[in-house]
Design a protein around this ligand. Sequence first.
Ligand SMILES: N[C@@H](CCC[C@H](N)C(=O)O)C(=O)O
Length: 287
Amino acid sequence: MKLKFTKMHGAGNDFIVLNAIDQVINLTREQYRFLADRRYGIGADQILLVEKPDNPEVDFKYRIFNSDGGEVEQCGNGARAFAKFVTESGLSRQNPIKVETRVGIIELHLEKDGSVTVDMGNPVFETSRIPFLTKGLTSDEIGSDTIWNLILDTGGIKKSIPISVVSMGNPHAVQIVDDVNRAAVAEEGPLIENHERFPERVNAGFMEIQDRHSIKLRVYERGAAETLACGTGACAAVVSGIRRKLLDSPVTVKARGGELKIAWEGEGHNVIMSGPAIIVFNGEINL
Ligand SMILES: N[C@@H](CCC[C@H](N)C(=O)O)C(=O)O
């Protein structure tokens, strides 16, 4: 079976985009893993599937698979890539574009400078909706945020990590570090991702605050390990920084692969994300 694909990235977070409107796509978890494999396949952090919508009020449906083959709810950089893909491939002439995801409808605006702005919806803080199990865990209130003392077992040594938890449709645990380049992302990332208190696993963010309008961020992603940028991770980090009264909207998020702009006016408001979406090449692969 031959599959047409487009390779894209958003601030270095890379994607394989599959048009499931003009070709029949019904892949197994192993096939998604194969496509994402950087040695034996094409290579990507996530695979995005563009489909016809179930809901007649929107233009498309898009689905997201991590490089481990698991389907997930939301992807911020992927949403921008999706908007660029449907426009450049001639599937859409709309602007804004409304798209159905597993966690609801999001709206995407193509900007004149080639960037894409996405209304990412309302952040969710209720721990049961992350989901995050808090029984017996201590916490502190800072501003309007709750900081949980998550206990990590680092090779027999117990370490308490202060984290905020936020859902942007997908789960995030955000911690503040002094120097993001020296943060223990590779060591702590997988321990946080697979911590028993996160029954659906979690994306682990490491944020260095530079000033009230700028942060540096690295994210160890659920199902994809550390990526060069994470859109929903950027939204979660900024929301947590604003709630802790350390940041003011808008905030420039400097990831290793590029910059994103995040705006959030506080509780009850939607998070607005802007950033790049780049087509790298088109191809065909034998499955
Ligand atoms: N890279 C993404 C997030 C992709 C999904 C995430 N790994 C998860 O499992 O929730 C982004 O840009 O938001």
